[in-house]
Design a protein around this ligand. Structure first.
Ligand code: SF4
Length: 436
C-alpha cells in the first residue's frame, strides 16, 4: 500500500467525517453523555519537585500527613468535616440508577467524605447511605423540597456545570420511569430538559438574595456552596464570594454529564487547570483564600491530580466520571451490550440511552441488577482510599505534613501551555510564559 494514498486528513479525521455524515442524514445535533474527548492541557502536564537536599521529605511509614478539611467555615453554624479532600460530585437519581447512588453514598461515607444529589431531588436511599450529603439547588427546581434542604448537610446552588456552562441538563424519555417522573412532577417517558438559568435570577444580586433565603430556611446551619462551570472563572468566583457563598465549586470542561449536545461538551468552557488558578487568584484578591473553600472538579482521576489541584490552592476536589468508572463504567464486561449500543468498552459515552451495559446510568431493573450496591460501595471506598494514599505520598515527598501545605512552588510544568495556565515555571527554567 502506498501510504500517501491512505493518509488520513488532520482536518477531517474519520470521526469528523462520520459526524458530518450523521448530521447530514439526521438534521439534528448529537446528544451524548460523559465528558470532553478532545485533548486539553491537564494536570498531567505538571510534575512535582520531590524533596532531596534543598527540601526535607517525610517518611511514609512513620511521619503523618493529614488529609482532613472543613468546608463552610465562613458563615455556617455546622460546617462539614471531611476526612479526605475528595468528594463525590452531583449526579442525579434519574441519570443514575438507585443502586449507583447507594453505592456512591456508602463508599463515600466509609471514607468520611460527602456525596451530592443532582437534578430531581433526594432519594431516601441516598440520604440513608450518605453520612454527609450535599443537596443541589438547580435552575430546574425539579424535585426541590424545603424539607430536603433541611435534611441535607450542605446546599450547593448550581449556576453551571463544566460539561455545559450556559446550558441545562437533559434526561431522555427512556430514563423517565414512574418514580423519576413522580419525583420531578414530569410526564413519564417524555424527554426532559432542565433550565439553563434560575427562574428568579436576573443578575448577581439575586444570587445574594437566594443565598440569604437558603440560610433562613436552614437556620444558618448548612454551608452554602455555589457551583459554576469554568468559563470566566475569576469574575464568577468573586461574584459568588460577594454574594455570600461559603464554598465555591469550579467544574472544568472535562467534567461529565448524563446527556447534552456534543457541541457543549467539546466546545464550551475552559480546562480545569487554568480554572483552579483563576479561582485561587480571585479568592486571594478578596483575602478569602481558605476562608471560602474551593472545591475543584472536572477530569480528576488520580491521587496525582488531587495533589496538583490542592497544590494550586484548592481545598478539596470532587469526582464524578471517575467514581462511575470505579463502579465499572467502561469495564470490559457485558461487551455484547456495548456493541449493541454501537460502541465498545473504553469508548462508551452512552449514558443518555438509559441502556448502560454495567447498570449505572439506567432505570432498567434488569440492567440495574448488574451493579451490586455493596460491592460497588467497596470499590468506591477502595478507589477513594487509593487516591488519598497517592496524594499523601506526593505531599510527603515534598516534605508536607498536611496535603494542604502543598503549594505551586512544589511543581513545574512540562509544556508552555500548562506553565502559562497554571502559572508555574516551565521545567528546568524560571520562566512562566505570559507572566515573567
Ligand atoms: S458504561 Fe454506562 S456509565 Fe459508563 S459511559 Fe457507558 S453508559 Fe455511561
Amino acid at each position: 500500500m502506498d501510504e500517501r494514498k491512505v493518509r488520513e486528513s488532520a482536518t477531517f479525521p474519520p470521526h469528523v467525517i462520520a459526524e458530518i455524515q450523521r448530521a447530514a442524514s439526521e438534521g439534528l445535533y448529537y446528544i451524548r453523555g460523559s465528558g470532553a474527548k478532545r485533548a486539553v492541557p491537564t494536570f498531567d502536564d505538571l510534575v512535582f519537585l520531590g524533596a532531596s537536599i534543598s527540601r526535607y521529605p517525610l517518611e511514609g511509614y512513620r511521619e503523618k500527613c493529614d488529609t482532613n478539611v472543613t468546608i463552610g467555615t465562613r458563615y455556617a453554624k455546622k460546617p462539614i468535616e471531611l476526612k479526605i479532600p475528595i468528594t463525590i460530585a452531583g449526579m442525579s437519581f434519574g441519570a443514575l440508577g438507585a443502586n449507583a447512588k447507594q453505592a456512591l453514598g456508602h463508599g463515600a461515607s466509609a471514607m468520611g467524605t460527602s456525596t451530592t444529589t443532582g437534578d430531581g431531588g433526594m432519594t431516601e436511599e441516598e440520604r440513608e447511605a450518605s453520612s454527609l450529603l450535599v443537596y443541589q439547588y438547580l435552575p430546574s427546581r425539579y424535585g426541590m423540597e424545603p424539607d430536603q434542604l433541611r435534611k441535607a448537610d450542605a446546599i450547593e446552588v448550581v449556576a453551571g456545570q463544566g460539561a455545559k456552562p450556559g446550558g441545562g441538563g437533559m434526561l431522555l424519555g427512556q430514563k423517565i420511569t414512574d418514580r423519576v417522573a413522580q419525583m420531578r412532577t414530569l410526564p413519564k417517558g417524555i424527554d426532559q430538559r432542565s433550565a439553563c438559568r434560575h427562574p428568579d435570577w436576573t443578575g448577581p444580586d439575586d444570587l445574594e438574595i437566594k443565598i440569604q433565603e437558603l440560610r433562613e430556611i436552614t437556620d444558618w446551619e448548612k454551608p452554602i456552596y455555589v457551583k459554576v462551570g469554568a468559563t470566566r472563572t475569576k469574575f464568577d468566583t468573586m461574584l459568588a464570594v460577594k454574594a455570600g457563598a461559603d464554598a465555591i465549586v469550579i467544574d472544568g470542561m472535562q467534567g461529565g454529564t448524563a446527556a447534552t449536545q456534543t457541541c457543549f461538551i467539546e466546545d464550551v468552557g475552559i480546562p480545569t487547570l487554568p480554572a483552579v488558578r483563576q479561582a485561587v487568584e480571585a479568592l486571594k484578591e478578596l483575602d478569602m483564600h481558605r476562608e471560602v473553600q474551593l472545591i475543584v472538579s472536572g477530569g480528576i482521576r488520580t491521587g496525582g491530580d488531587v495533589a496538583k489541584a490542592l497544590a494550586l490552592g484548592a481545598d478539596a476536589v470532587s469526582i464524578g466520571m471517575a467514581s462511575l468508572m470505579a463502579l465499572n463504567c467502561n469495564a470490559p464486561i457485558y461487551e455484547e451490550d456495548y456493541h449493541a449500543l454501537g460502541t465498545r468498552p473504553g469508548s462508551c459515552h452512552h449514558c443518555h440511552t438509559g441502556k448502560c451495559p454495567v447498570g449505572i446510568t439506567t432505570q432498567d431493573p434488569e440492567l440495574e441488577k448488574r451493579l451490586d450496591p455493596e460491592l460497588g460501595a467497596q470499590r468506591v471506598r477502595n478507589y477513594l482510599a487509593t487516591l488519598t494514599l497517592e496524594c499523601q505520598t506526593l505531599a510527603r515527598a515534598c516534605g508536607k505534613s498536611h496535603v494542604h501545605n502543598l503549594e505551586p512552588e512544589d511543581m513545574v510544568a512540562l509544556t508552555m501551555e500548562a506553565a502559562a495556565m497554571a502559572r508555574v515555571p516551565l521545567a528546568g527554567t524560571d520562566w512562566i510564559p505570559g507572566w515573567s
